[in-house]
Ligand binder design. Structure first.
Ligand code: HT7
Ligand code: ZN
Length: 871
């Protein structure tokens, strides 16, 4: 398959002003009739019209009411080309599709008993022939015809304008969406669904109907989503002055979905994982996910729908920006510091490795084979960090000025990342030319900081050097423009006034934002009365790898005293990382990994735990094995695991009884879902997770499981028990499945804990679980819970030296390739990270990648990942 290049962008030959769709949903196939009002973009007759189409059976085609002679059009399996057209015309097309057979979950498909659609990025072409590109925006009217018994609820975008019954007993509903939109935002749902209904009155007094539709057995699990939706609506009005624009906002929960959710105009479709929540069956993390995803999709109404992308290379225009808006919203709902820690964890776990691997690409990619492979951590999470940097560099006010200008200029348009940058620059009278390199250059920049203290002159100098490793197709990088937020601490941990040379004498704040723009820069601070400890990259102000040669004492001081919560957490993480890397570097594994500095820092965390239990939980969590691996030139997964376990045993030896006390003080036996209760649960579970790595803990874990009154506690205990092959684990797993066998989302958790087990035979157990009656390769949530959790979340067993983990993944990807190419390509990603593994692992991974690459009938999704992964 050929690559599509950003540089080859051409404006559309034709615009489509209105689209009239009629769907007849029949058991033996769906008939889609479309009527498009089209006009040539140059106003001249004669240009060919190229419509995309995939897996469609063309039944009829006519132009201006006349059947089109075969000589005037050509159809193949990807497109329909029409010739000799007037400058303006009405095009009518009838196609037949088969949603029942659609396991790819793109276009119109059936999930359980309901019909639903997923059109982003290129799914609309599986519904009807259309210029399926985001810069063709039209006003849609949709009529759905179906059997009223099986499909009493018929939904599409916009406002419900008409309904009725046909003589043959079928019913129909018509929807009209007045906002022009690209085809990727089209949606249709038909099913027998329960509805949770509420209302929201906008700031300007408009009454909006809010509806969440679920299958009947999920009734009662939507209160949290509804509350989150109302908070998000109010937040966007309060912070951005952005109101909702239609009379109703609908959300539908479906079981089979390739991603988390979809922001279709006025009719969001959600994976059940991202909308259903109740304390009995959902963890605290699930509650947070629902709130974040509900808000994210709602925020898309302005950043994505009202202003959309010109082409798919601009995906981060809407996704990076909407993730940032989601992060801002979540920070306002609870502890901003803990939220920021979570964001950085995700960035480091998912995006940094991507940026360092064979699939590295810029936030605005230059080419793709299949766009669905580019819904990546780089586009989403690094894209969000780029928006955060605008916010830091321009200040909150400057950022909102830029946002306002962006909406004023571009409401109703399909635009580019450059347009966004221009709005930010123009609104603030700033030159952001250099900043635009964040969109074009891949790779994670490295900031190396050195310092020098002149006691006589009381002068402290920071030298900052930046570099960026080569990435595929980009050997050399130009310097980035980035904000480095910093402070200085005295030896007692107090913040020092920052007298930057050349700034006004009266200007001595305790924190500064240094603008980094060159390969090398120096910053000189005057009146520095003692050698300070630099506190660098506060709040993780830029998505970079920071290198400063901290001593253990300095890290312990920052961990205990820094003014910034993120930096306090980060200092503890860096101290632990440093010790584990040192242990890995020794020829003989040392008896102890933790030292007195780390132990006293953790002791401090335990002593202050009651001030902010959620923060303490984060600070007590050691850097993951994957994070340690990401710091190494050559990765020996088993060695990393051994060293991290040894570090935990040192912690238990020194702080075990304090951890037990913290555990007992914070463990709860209720279902309270407020932030304080969640924080205490997180702390108790983290303490238990550490204690579980010691000896004689079976009773403790068994009791925790038995006494659990909520899913967070129950799952925590189950996950810890499942690492061992004993009766207690078997009994808990059996009990868990028995209790929740009828709840799909909980059964996912049951698969997941087993996939994450440290048991040596986990690959064999997973192979057995794939034969379990509850497992299915056609349900992406099941696949992610078992196969995704194993390959991405269980490095020790995925990399088992005999290669069983790699074979299992490759076998599964080959099966999925024919069922659901998008999910297959995503599952495959861990196999592409072979470059820095020890030689034996490298060979095993490459062998399996090659096996996939040699298979017949590879989807273009899988082909793209395999071929890039082998380079
Ligand atoms: N904008 C949505 C993207 C999405 C998607 C993309 C490819 C295939 C399936 C998909 N489902 C949803 C999700 C979002 O970022 O809000
Ligand atoms: Zn999004």
């Amino acid at each position: 398959p050929a690559a599509i290049r950003r540089a080859d962008y051409n404006a559309p030959s034709h615009f489509v002003d209105t689209v009239d769709l009629r769907f007849e949903l029949n058991d033996d196939g769906t008939i889609v009739s479309s009527r498009l009002q089209c006009r040539a973009s140059d106003g001249e007759p004669g240009a060919d019209l190229l419509l995309d189409g995939n897996e469609l059976k063309l039944l009829e085609i006519s132009v201006d009411g006349q059947p089109l002679p075969a000589a005037r059009y050509t159809v193949d399996d990807q497109s329909l080309r029409i010739r000799d057209l007037p400058a303006q015309f009405e095009l009518e097309i009838r196609t037949e599709i088969h949603p029942q057979r659609n396991t790819a979950l793109e276009g119109l498909y059936k999930s359980g008993g309901m019909y639903c659609t997923q059109c982003e990025a290129e799914g609309f072409r599986r519904i009807t022939y259309f210029p399926d590109r985001p810069d063709v925006m039209a006003v849609y009217t949709t009529t759905i015809v179906a059997d009223p018994n099986s499909y009493p609820v018929l939904l599409s975008n916009g406002n419900r304008v008409d309904a009725g019954h046909l003589d043959d007993g079928r019913h129909w509903v018509r929807w009209h969406d007045p906002f022009p939109k690209p085809s990727y935002l089209f949606a249709l749902v038909a099913g027998d669904l329960a509805c949770h209904q509420d209302r929201f009155v906008t700031a300007s007094g408009r009454d909006v109907l809010l509806q969440i539709f679920v299958e009947h057995h999920n009734t009662g699990k939507t209160d949290h989503a509804m509350a989150a939706l109302k908070s998000a609506m109010a937040w966007d009005e309060r912070t951005h002055g952005l109101e909702y624009d239609l009379d109703r906002y609908m959300i539908v929960a479906v079981d089979d979905f390739n991603m988390g959710a979809m922001e279709n105009k006025g009719l969001n479709v959600f994976n059940t994982v991202c909308v259903l929540a109740d304390p009995e069956t959902s963890t605290d993390r699930d509650f947070e996910t629902v709130e974040a995803v509900i808000a994210h999709e709602y925020f898309h109404n302005w950043t994505g729908n009202r202003v959309t992308c010109r082409d798919w290379f601009q995906l981060s225009l809407k996704e990076g920006l909407t993730v940032f808006r989601e992060h801002q919203f979540c920070a306002d709902q609870g502890s901003a510091e803990v939220k920021r820690i979570g964001e950085v964890r995700t960035l480091r776990a998912a995006q940094f490795p991507e940026d360092a691997g064979p699939l590295a690409h810029p936030v605005r990619p230059d080419s793709y084979i299949d766009i669905s492979n580019f819904y990546t951590a780089t586009v989403y999470n690094k894209g969000s960090e780029v928006i955060r940097m605008y916010h830091s560099l321009l200040g909150a006010e400057g950022y909102y000025r830029g946002m306002q200008l962006y909406f004023k200029r571009h409401d109703g348009q399909a635009v580019t990342c450059d347009d966004f940058l221009a709005a930010m620059a123009d609104a603030n009278d700033r030159d952001l030319t250099q900043f635009s390199r964040w969109y074009s250059q891949a790779g994670t920049p490295v900031l190396e900081v050195q310092d020098d203290y002149d006691a006589t002159a009381q002068r402290y100098t920071l030298t900052v050097r930046q570099s960026c490793p080569a990435t595929p197709g980009q050997a050399e990088k130009l310097p980035f423009h980035l904000p480095l937020v910093m402070g200085l601490l005295d030896q007692g941990g107090r913040s020092m006034a920052l007298h930057l040379a050349d700034s006004a004498a009266s200007d001595a704040p305790l924190e500064r934002l240094l603008e980094i723009t060159s390969h090398e820069q120096q910053f000189v601070f005057e009146q520095v009365s003692e050698r300070p400890v630099p506190s660098l990259l506060r709040g993780f102000s830029a998505p970079v790898r920071l290198r400063y040669d901290y001593t253990d004492q300095q890290l312990a001081l920052l961990a205990a005293h820094d003014a910034d919560g993120f930096t306090r957490w980060e200092a503890g993480q860096q101290l632990a990382t440093k010790l584990m890397l040192a242990a890995l570097g020794r020829a003989e594994p040392p008896a102890h990994v933790a030292n007195e500095h780390l132990l006293s820092a953790l002791d401090g965390v335990l002593r202050r735990a009651s001030e902010d239990p959620a923060f303490a939980a984060e600070a007590l969590t050691l850097p993951s094995e994957a994070y340690i691996a990401d710091q190494l030139a050559e990765v020996d997964v088993e060695a990393i695991h051994r060293v991290r376990e040894a570090c935990i045993r040192d912690i238990i030896a020194e702080l075990g009884s304090d951890l037990e006390t913290i555990y007992r003080e914070n463990r709860g036996t209720d279902q309270a879902m407020d932030g304080a209760s969640m924080g205490r649960r997180a702390l108790a579970c983290t303490a238990l997770g550490l204690l579980a790595r010691g000896d004689d803990v079976e009773d403790l874990l068994r009791d925790h499981y038995r006494n659990a009154a909520n899913m967070t506690d129950r799952l925590c205990a189950l996950g810890l028990l499942a690492h061992t092959d004993n009766d207690a684990a078997a009994a808990a797993l059996a009990d868990f499945h028995d209790r929740w066998r009828n709840d799909d989302l909980v059964v996912n958790k049951w698969f997941q804990v087993q996939a994450m087990s440290l048991r040596e035979d986990t690959p064999e157990l997973i192979a057995q679980l794939m034969e379990h009656p509850d497992f299915s390769l056609t349900n992406p949530n099941r696949v992610r819970s078992l196969i995704g959790a194993f390959a991405q979340g269980n490095p020790l067993r995925f990399h088992r030296p005999d290669g069983a983990g790699y074979r299992l993944l490759a076998d599964t990807v080959l099966q999925l390739n024919a069922i659901n190419p998008q999910v297959a390509a995503r599952m495959l990603l861990p196999l592409t990270r072979w470059q820095r593994q020890i030689p034996s692992a490298r060979e095993g991974m490459r062998r399996e990648l090659e096996r996939i690459g040699n298979a017949h009938k590879l989807s273009k999704d899988v082909f793209e990942v395999v071929s890039k992964g082998l380079q």
